[in-house]
Every structure is written in C-alpha cells, then in structure tokens.
Design a protein around this ligand. Structure first.
Ligand SMILES: Cc1cc2nc3c(=O)[nH]c(=O)nc-3n(C[C@H](O)[C@H](O)[C@H](O)COP(=O)(O)OP(=O)(O)OC[C@H]3O[C@@H](n4cnc5c(N)ncnc54)[C@H](O)[C@@H]3O)c2cc1C
Length: 371
C-alpha cells in the first residue's frame, strides 16, 4: 500500500489549493473520482477577494481563464429593475473545469483521477483510504470532496438543511449579467455571459421552496426566451452556511469548502471559502496541529458567515426592505463592492449599517402611505 503524508479527496478549488500549499513541503496524493479536467456545475463567478487571495498565496490567474468581467449587473426585485455598473470589475467569470485544473497543475502532488474514494478508516492515527483503484495510507486526510462528501459522512455530522441549484450551459449570448430575485423566495436566478455562450441557473440558498428547482429553471428559461434540451439541465446541492458553528476537524481528518458547508448564504459564493478553508487547513497540517484549523476557521470564516447568514435572512424574507435598499439607496452597490473585494468582507460596521437603514425604510413607507 502506498503511503503519503497527506491524502486530499477531491480536485475542486479546495483540493487544488490544499495540494498547492502542502505539496511544497510534504508528500501529497489527490484523489478525484472524475476524469480531469472535470465539469463542475457552477456559475463560475470568481470575486476579486478570491483572486486577491490566490495571488497572495502565489497563484496568478491567466487571462485565457477569464470569460468575462463582473462590472455590469442588471438586478430585478419585486418587478423593478436596476443596472449597477462599476468602473473596476468586482471579479471575473470563468469555467470551473479549466479554472480548477489550472490551480491543480500548480501543485507538485501526485494526482489520480477517475479514482473514487469508497471508504476511509482511521486506526492508531494512520488513515487507510479505500478507492476504486486500491488502498492508500496517510497521516492526514482532507475532505475536499464537495456537497456529497464521503469524508464528511464518515467522520462528521451531516447538515440536514441544504439548498439546491439547477444550471444550464447555452450558446445563446447575453450582453450583461442578470440577477432575478423574483423567480424564487430564498435565492435567485442568474445569467452569466461568457465568450461563446452563457451559464444560466437558479438556486435557492435557503431550502424552504415548494416548487422543484428544475421547473423553476424552466420557468426562468421561458421568461428569457432560451431553448434547451432536458438532459442539459444539471441539478446540484448547495451546501450553504446555516449559521451553526460546524465542526471542521477531528484528530487527523478535516473538511474544507462545500464539504464543510461554507457557501455564503447571501451571495451563493462558495469558491472564496473553499480556497480560504483549504489554505487554513493546510497551514495547520504544516504546523503539525490540525486543531489550529478550527481556531483559524472560527476567526476568519465563521465570524463572517454568521453575519452573512443573518443578512441573508433579512434580505430574502423582507423583500420590500431589500427592494428599498437596492432601488432607492446606493448602499447595496457599496456593500456588494465590499463583499466582493475585501477578505474581511462581512465587517461588523456593514452589518450595523444595514440595521440603521430599517428606520429610514419605515419612515419612507409612512411617507408614501400618507401621500
Ligand atoms: C449551480 C451552482 C452555481 C454556483 N455558482 C457559483 C459562482 O458563480 N461562484 C462561486 O463562488 N460559487 C458558486 N457555486 C458554489 C461553488 O461551486 C462551490 O462552493 C465550490 O465549487 C466548492 O469547491 P470545493 O472544492 O469545496 O468542491 P467541488 O468544487 O465540488 O469539488 C469537489 C470535488 O470532489 C470530487 N469528489 C466528490 N466525491 C468524491 C469521491 N468520493 N472520491 C473522489 N473525488 C470525489 C468531485 O468530483 C469534485 O471534483 C455554485 C454552486 C452551484 C451548485
């Protein structure tokens, strides 16, 4: 049985970042069930904070990975539309198969694709990983295996609450990013225009919707006049952060990214926390103390996601208020700029500023009612 210092399950963004950091100093194996580069059901929106973070750890993104820039967004809420424009883009649009594979190839790890992890056992601090291509042994194991993580199911409590998304790649061209908050109660539909087509999808990031996600997407496709083949619609879980202090490590095993339910519940952005959590877990392993990962996670991810969760609760359940913020103030534009650019994104100050807008909203409602 081949022995490694670290085995990483999954070659998405979190697996690739872990492999990149750890393989500089350790003997690392990445196991990926699909053939690489693999298609990932994802809008491919990568914010500046993620790009900045990747640059900080030594990874520059090449221009040919960029399909478009996030600089003009048409937003629809309660029947009203507004175009938000930025001089400096908030990020890029890409395709995750090429993006993740580019990151993965930066590492010196051994990579085995088309190798599915079937089971994991820990005995005397040694980990035995059973795969479709034999068994491997390691000192540490990182579960970067996404929404249906086998590592999570084996060692951690699985969250019952999970969102879901449906997506379609089309060759129909659009000239701006479009976000429709009306199509579902607790989420949104999107059009992300790329160089030779568009990625179109819908997700509910708080799982209380009645209508199946597939039929919501079909309704949206009809609204925007896009034809499709039924088999081209992909459905994927959205393991968003649900406000709880989830456990991310146990002894010599840890989970990162979607496996740890780290999708931002307001934006639906998962790539930033996937990269950041993978980096934190890898740093903790390099220091020989995986317990540090939990501590760093609480300081730099949990703290922000807790605020994102509260804001998402207000935003999606009080749509009249959200419409007021979006359509009648510049707060949303500034806020979006901050959460797409700043690594310390959901700061306490912004959270308090949202609460301060509530009395203004109430006054504006009373004023309009009295006219
Ligand atoms: C429809 C949709 C749209 C989205 N749009 C955006 C967006 O625009 N921007 C954004 O930031 N986020 C978006 N997200 C969220 C984002 O895609 C995820 O948060 C992100 O991919 C998480 O990265 P990850 O590395 O944790 O997991 P993944 O990217 O899911 O990678 C997990 C990998 O593990 C592999 N794997 C799974 N099980 C096994 C196994 N047993 N053995 C071996 N390998 C295994 C999988 O094949 C996969 O390659 C979207 C999600 C969905 C569903």
């Amino acid at each position: 049985m081949e022995k490694y210092d670290v085995i990483i399950v999954g070659a998405g963004i979190s697996g690739s970042v872990s492999a990149y950091i750890l393989s500089k100093h350790m003997n690392v194996l990445v196991l990926e069930k699909k053939k690489l580069p693999r298609y990932k059901t994802c809008g491919g929106g990568i914010t500046n904070k993620t790009l900045k973070f990747l640059r900080k750890i030594g990874i520059d993104i090449k221009n040919d990975l960029i399909e478009n820039y996030i600089d003009r967004i048409r937003v629809k809420i309660l029947g009203s539309e507004k175009v938000i424009e930025y001089n400096e883009p908030l990020g890029i649009l890409t395709y995750r198969d090429v993006f993740d594979y580019y990151l993965l190839k930066k590492s010196n790890a051994d990579i085995l694709d088309e190798t599915k992890v079937l089971d994991v056992n820990v005995s005397k601090d040694k980990i035995c990983v059973k795969t479709s291509r034999g068994r491997f042994i390691s000192d540490y194991l990182i579960g970067c295996d996404g929404a249906t993580s086998v590592v999570k199911r084996k060692f951690f409590e699985v969250e019952k609450e999970m969102g879901v998304a449906a997506q379609l790649e089309t060759n129909k061209m659009f000239n701006e990013i479009y976000i429709d908050f009306d199509i579902v109660k607790n989420g949104y539909a999107w059009i992300f225009p790329k160089r030779k087509g568009s990625t179109i999808g819908v997700g509910y990031i708080r799982g209380e919707e009645k209508e199946p996600i597939r039929s919501v997407l079909k309704k949206f496709l009809k609204n925007i006049n896009v034809s499709y083949k039924e088999e081209d619609i992909k459905i994927h879980p959205l393991p968003y952060f649900i406000g709880r202090k989830n456990v991310v490590y146990k002894n010599v095993v840890c989970i990162c990214g979607d496996a740890a339910n780290l999708i931002d519940p307001l934006l639906g952005e998962g790539t930033f926390n996937a990269a950041l959590s993978a980096y934190l877990a890898s740093e903790a392993i390099l220091k020989g103390n995986l317990g540090l990962y939990e501590k760093m996670y609480l300081d730099s991810i949990y703290k922000h996601m807790k605020r994102a969760y509260l804001i998402s609760k207000i935003f999606y359940s009080k749509k009249e208020f959200s419409k007021y913020i979006l359509m009648r103030t510049s707060f949303f534009e500034e806020f979006l700029k901050c959460i797409c650019n700043e690594i310390e994104c959901y700061s306490k100050g912004y959270f308090m500023n949202i609460l301060k807008l509530i009395p203004l909203y109430v006054i504006s409602k009373i004023y309009r009612f009295s006219k």
